[in-house]
Design a protein around this ligand. Structure first.
Ligand code: MLT
Length: 264
């Protein structure tokens, strides 16, 4: 499905009925990331999974894409679909950074927050330099170069070596992001604000999901984030990497189902 939003066409999945959950994918990914959640959860809740601008089947327009801009897109998306009841927002990695921005701007629209494989802190100087390197790589070599560079880091080492089906699936999700989208993200990621001061202001039910083998977000950081959010629950999915929803959909979906049952 597509709709015209602000200044671009946004593609999205809208499946199931009941409590809406807005799923926000990460970098350099698309809404196809959430296919295991569409398959496992749409029988009991409404899954809303858009492609962010420049990603997947959404229109590619030049960045930068600040986290606030992406949150504004999602707010306009909910308006267009006339979603009037509070939604649960689930963001993975960059999607989590967008979820923090969404919380700061639109918390009245939220029934709950699910932070997956993400962090509150901003980029370090080293990480910012890494963003600039990736930007140059895409300008010189095109989008596929970033896919091959990121792929081994997205999955747990075990899945990367022994689970060709999950590797192929992750690669196919990454292959559908435009160069404009990647460059827009990288600028937004590099300059995103520190969400640490936001943590203490979160007063809605919060679930944190993390892969025990995540090579991008260390567990200590996840635990510090949990400690900062009043009453937040943490579920660590052992043996999963940065994409726990794809590596262990049963465990991931179970945690979401339990969370939703408790809060609605
Ligand atoms: C993501 O998965 O969205 C990115 O790895 C986030 C990041 O690089 O900070």
């Amino acid at each position: 499905m597509h709709l015209h939003l602000r200044n671009f066409f946004m593609a999205y999945t809208d499946a199931g009925q009941g409590q809406p959950i807005l799923f926000i994918h990460g970098f350099p990914l698309t809404r196809k990331l959430w296919q295991p959640q569409v398959e496992g959860l749409a029988n009991t809740m409404r899954i809303l999974a858009p492609d962010l601008r420049g990603h997947g089947d959404s229109q590619a327009i030049p960045g930068p894409y600040s986290m606030d801009l992406l949150a504004d897109d999602l707010n306009a998306f909910l308006d267009e679909l006339e979603i009037n009841r509070p939604v649960i927002v689930c963001g993975l990695s960059m999607g989590g950074y967008v979820a923090f921005a969404f919380f700061r701007k639109y918390k009245a629209r939220m029934a709950g927050l699910i932070l997956t494989a993400t962090r509150a802190s901003p980029d370090t100087a080293e990480a910012k330099a890494g963003r600039d390197q990736s930007t140059n790589l895409i300008k010189e070599m095109g989008a596929p170069a970033i896919v091959e560079r990121m792929l081994p880091k997205l999955l747990s080492p075990k899945a990367y070596e022994n689970n060709p089906a999950v590797v192929t699936r992750a690669r196919s999700i990454m292959e559908n992001v435009s160069p404009e989208g990647l460059l827009g993200d990288l600028a937004g990621l590099r300059d995103r604000p520190d969400s640490t001061p936001t943590l203490g202001t979160i007063r809605i039910p919060t679930l944190i999901l993390a892969g025990g083998e995540d090579q991008i977000i260390p567990l200590e950081e996840v635990r510090a984030m949990q400690a900062g959010i009043h009453g937040a629950r943490l579920v660590v999915i052992p043996e999963a990497g940065h994409l726990p929803n794809l590596e262990n959909p049963e465990r991931f979906n179970w945690a979401i189902r339990e969370f939703v049952k408790e809060i609605i």
